[in-house]
Design a protein around this ligand. Sequence first.
Ligand SMILES: *Cc1c(COP(=O)(O)O)cnc(C)c1O
Length: 437
Amino acid sequence: MTQGFATRAVHAGTEPDPASGSRAQPIHQTTSFVFRDSDHAAKLFALQEFGNIYTRLGNPTVGALEGRVADLEGGTMAVGVGSGHAAQMLAFHVLMEPGRNIVAAKQLYGGSINQLNHAFAKFGWSVKWADIDDLSSFEAAVDGDTRAIFTESLANPGGLVTDMAAVAKIANAAGVPYIVDNTMASPYLCRPLEHGADIIVESLTKFIGGHGNSIGGIIVDGGKFDWKANTDKFPTMSTPQSYYNDLVFADGFGALPLGPDGANVDIAFAIAARAFSLRDLGPALSPFNAFMIMTGCETLPLRMAKHCANAMEVATWLKGRDEVSWVRYAGLSDDPHHALGQKYMPKGAGAVFTFGLKGGYEAGVKLVESLNVFSHLANIGDTRSLVIHPASTTHSQLSDEQKTAAGAAPDTVRLSVGIEDAPDLIADLEQALAGLS
Ligand SMILES: *Cc1c(COP(=O)(O)O)cnc(C)c1O
């Protein structure tokens, strides 16, 4: 019997340390690992045996976290990296070549929009934007150079829910992997691999770590994409690689007995992400951060349940306030994304949502300054409640029109509701709203 989520959140990926008996995961704060002999070293470098070489390529503490998140997401193998953005860069690096494009939802975290528009352009990768509220826009955007479709499960900042099964069908028909950023939902609320996603990327900085103290990211291989059926499209996966004695990754790592009860699983994408992209681009996760994030992960189910319950209370309360013109939270029964929320994340619609102030831009600026329990900062997914006025901060360089399109109109305030007592959060909002008039 598969163990429950809360059990796996505590135990998956770890066992008492065989050398010391340490029950908590030791922090292997080392750059490098001693080889048994020359033959062992040669095998490790040729990927003929898995093991530790150098912490840029892998580390036992990071490996424990990888095992845990791969298990929680239902993937075959994970690669922990230095940030959520690094996870995105490395996942795309395996798939892309100059001149190819990514079809991406325009409802993405602002930093991801920048990464796709600007940073990736320097690699010769382009992006074609689609709209999660108009699925035909994904079909229309896909062309012969498309190598991935990319959306968030629950989209930042508005808390919008993507119809992942429908997007997966489009990706399938196009013969490209569907990559989902699951940061805002976390595997507790939603497991996109169960809805047709092929690869997960997520920021560990947010809900999985959960305490606002460590930056990290992870790639999870779903193990289901058929690289061999798409040989022309993905040369890194399905043509001989001279780096590694002409090994074809989709062959060499397409069926290894690493699954439950020794079942064969496909870990080819995860190995490629590590053996090419992490090795050569270099954004490794520090063992200390992996330890902090793993400690946070143990309480993920408890925290997410409280985050969602608090968000629901706060959103419901805000809806009844005169100063507030609208609230967008998929947890509310009259929200346009409520039905999708019920389908994809029935345990809750997360803890990040937006609302509008009748007083517009000026009111937004004043509100963030008047809150005391909510911290005014640019993060989400902390135990602490957080607030930001996107128009005057994260989205300030955009025109009013662009701000509105990105879900950051001048009147918009974004909350990331923490795990404090809901009445204290509401009292804080009440005094700040009262101060607006
Ligand atoms: C924060 C965030 C990222 C980037 O993660 P970092 O760890 O900050 O690099 C990506 N996607 C979403 C949805 C995020 O909220």
